[in-house]
Design a protein around this ligand. Sequence first.
Ligand code: KIV
Length: 271
Amino acid sequence: MSVHAEQKPWTVPALADAKRAGRRMAMLTAYDAGFARVMDRNGVDLVLVGDSLGMVVQGHDSTLPVTVADIAYHTAAVARVLTRALLLADLPFQADATPERALDASTVLLQAGAQMVKLEGAGPKLEVIRFLTEREIPVCSHLGLTPQSVLRLGGYKVQGREQQAAERLLADARAVAEAGAALLVLECVPTPLARRITEAVDIPTIGIGAGPHCDGQVLVLHDFLGLDSGHRRPRFVKDFLAGGGSVDGAVRAYAQAVRDGSFPGAEHAYA
Ligand code: KIV
């Protein structure tokens, strides 16, 4: 893809084009205009207003207390300054419990400036994905470690290690793509499984702790800057500020490393 083409604003259909062209996508989370502007001008393709804001901005122990109003507030701030990156916003805990609730919440987030909503899980969420996409709401699915399931999972653990769990995750990935999701985040999934999923679905996969074979990568802003979150530092985190010299430099280095495949390395992945 030419430099000129890279400057064009991202669109939802361009995501599938990028996968077909083998062009890896760099994604970061942002919660305010200042960081979003730096990301937009330094080659980040996708910006996510994640419900991780509950932990890294609000100081909670999980993402469960985050509300649609919280996500909408931060989405509006980020949307004001993006000129090129595609903006995704998370549907927070239980905002996607029914198709109707998900439609109401998604409408709020798209009206705040998001271009796609992200929701966790498959199973009963397949109906939600179908309902939203049939109503012009682009959807990103999130599988593997789904932080909104922390109480059931008993912690933040790698998913899909056993054969049966791996097959279920692969079937879920196929199902969310079939239901209409246009993008798939894979969190904390062993590298060989993330590779199988990436090869099995037409939609791009974005990994976080899912190894180097995904179609793109995402990091939480605070992890990417090396800030102490008060929690154990996950294996997949890399402090790009340490080598980048400035926030602009760190974002440029991250976008470049994702695109050329040098991040994540084996030390950031689960075997
Ligand atoms: O909420 C979030 O920031 C996320 C990313 C970890 C993908 O879901």
